[in-house]
Design a protein around this ligand. Structure first.
Ligand code: SF4
Length: 63
């Protein structure tokens, strides 16, 4: 399955992905980006988050 991944070491926690696609991306209690555990991911919204991430640290991973 295709799922989004955030390279946390490059993430500046700007919150853009959470704004663009809140059903997938959220900020956890420690302030890091968490990815929701979904059966399938909304491709166009995740692509939008990928496009808007200033650090280019979101990508798709195929299981
Ligand atoms: S948009 Fe990119 S840099 Fe910003 S919080 Fe999301 S993953 Fe991190």
């Amino acid at each position: 399955m295709k799922r989004p991944v955030v390279e946390l070491s490059d993430c500046t926690r700007c919150g853009v992905c959470v704004e663009v696609c809140p059903e997938v991306f959220s900020m956890n209690e420690s302030g890091f980006i968490a990815i929701a555990d979904l059966e399938s991911y909304p491709e166009s919204e995740v692509d939008e988050a990928i496009k808007n991430c200033p650090e280019d640290c979101i990508y798709w991973q195929e299981d």
